[in-house]
Design a protein around this ligand. Structure first.
Ligand code: FNR
Length: 385
């Protein structure tokens, strides 16, 4: 990517979009609607958890090694295998709902770009596009994220649809039994789901539809009833660790629990049959004042050992951040907000830009710091600052 840009006079391209995650956010603030920007950028309450996520990366510094012969691009192999999913680099796009709010191509564009670049994608239950349509665009390396509806038969239907469509893993989000306290949405009175956005997987689901008296397409009132039915089953306050085991009745796919920050929770969900966890605080959107995801990672990784995969999200903004997460015990990371801004700014091209930027930055930084493979990243490469 560097050469394409620097050698633009020789037929390359000077980028139209900013070359940092922060730059994408700044441009999105200018160009997206206040509702869309507030929904993406916003976090819970004082937004201190979101700030802590970023600050935690600042407290760890990489100590580069020199004269290792790793700087040539062909000296490096950054590919990984996570739960049977082969990735060209240890990155998947995080599940993000309601993408129609920023671009009509939404999840299909994200799945297609991730697949084109050889990385993974995680499709949200709260997507704007039905599972089967996204699956057709997303190649082989996509996982399905489950917001477990309180209506068990709808939950089962989602899992079975995802497996039938080719998902390689089921990611159960544990940190969202209800919506966090989000001032940026509250001040605008904006909750997209109530406008029937982000509920395409429900509206296209035969079991969900069987709960409705009238097909939602028939009238505005019927759609309102469908939205109310969604409200009645979105939040699931009854879920317990042991429920993870029940997923095994519905699928043989690896199960990953997202939103884990306590080592005991990690142990419990692995004991209940999960094959992995995502150390995450949902980008600071749920519990305000919570521990930064990166700070939670070492203890969770130690608790799990080699028993299961460990992924991390919440605060990944650069290649160095990916290195730090891997050094502290993650097998791969989920990349969140920056590509959502990219999607809003330029559709699939914006997602491609954001992802390529992260991947190139990671690759260059690995080489310059003296590492040829991700297996070489461990806590010894970092110093606390
Ligand atoms: C999310 N996240 C999320 N998580 C999930 O499991 N299902 C979902 O539908 C969503 N939706 C969603 C929407 C938006 C706008 C954001 C910003 C986030 C959380 C997401 O998967 C991930 O945990 C965070 O985005 C990580 O934080 P950063 O790195 O993006 O700040």
């Amino acid at each position: 990517m560097q050469n394409e840009i620097y050698f633009s006079g020789l037929g390359g391209v000077v980028p139209e979009l900013p070359m940092t995650a922060a730059g994408l956010e700044d441009l999105a603030r200018e160009r997206l609607s206040p509702e869309a920007f507030g929904y993406i950028a916003g976090s819970a309450s004082t937004e201190r958890t979101a700030a802590a996520n970023l600050a935690a990366f600042d407290r760890h510094a990489i100590v580069p090694r020199m004269l290792r012969g790793t700087a040539a691009a062909d000296a490096r192999d950054l590919a990984v295998d996570v739960l049977g999913t082969r990735l060209a680099a240890p990155v998947l796009t995080a599940p993000v709902g309601v993408l129609e709010m920023v671009h009509p191509d939404a999840e299909a564009a994200v799945g297609a770009v991730a697949s084109e670049l050889g990385v993974g994608s995680v499709l949200s239950t709260a997507a704007s596009t039905p599972i089967e349509t996204v699956a057709a665009a997303s190649g082989e390396n996509w996982w399905y994220q489950l917001y477990w509806p309180s209506d068990e038969e709808v939950a089962e239907s989602f899992v079975r649809r995802a497996a039938a469509a080719g998902a390689k893993a089921i990611v159960v989000t544990a940190d969202t039994p209800g919506m966090g306290w989000r001032p940026r949405d509250l001040v605008l009175g904006h909750l997209p789901f109530l406008k029937a956005k982000g509920i395409a997987n429900y509206l296209s689901d035969p079991v969900f539809r069987s709960r409705l008296a009238t097909p939602p397409e028939e009238s505005t009132e019927a759609m309102q009833m469908a939205v109310l039915t969604w409200v009645s089953m979105f939040g699931n306050h009854a879920l317990r660790t042991r429920d993870v085991a029940r997923l095994r009745d519905w699928t043989d796919l690896p199960i990953v629990v997202k939103g884990i920050v306590h080592p005991d929770d990690a142990r419990e969900v692995i004991d209940a049959g999960a094959s992995g966890v995502v150390v995450s605080n949902h980008g600071g959107r749920q519990v305000d004042g919570a521990i930064a995801a990166l700070d939670a990672l070492p203890e969770v990784a130690a608790a799990i050992g080699d028993r299961a995969a460990v992924l991390l999200d919440s605060g990944i903004r650069s290649g160095a951040d990916v290195m730090k997460a891997l050094a502290l015990g993650a097998d791969a990371v989920l990349y969140g907000r920056p590509w959502v801004y990219g999607l809003g700014l330029a559709g699939a091209d914006g997602v491609r830009h954001a992802l390529r930027m992260l991947l190139a930055d990671f690759d260059v930084n690995m080489g310059l710091a003296g590492f040829a493979t991700v297996a070489e990243l461990d806590p010894s490469i970092l110093r606390a600052t």
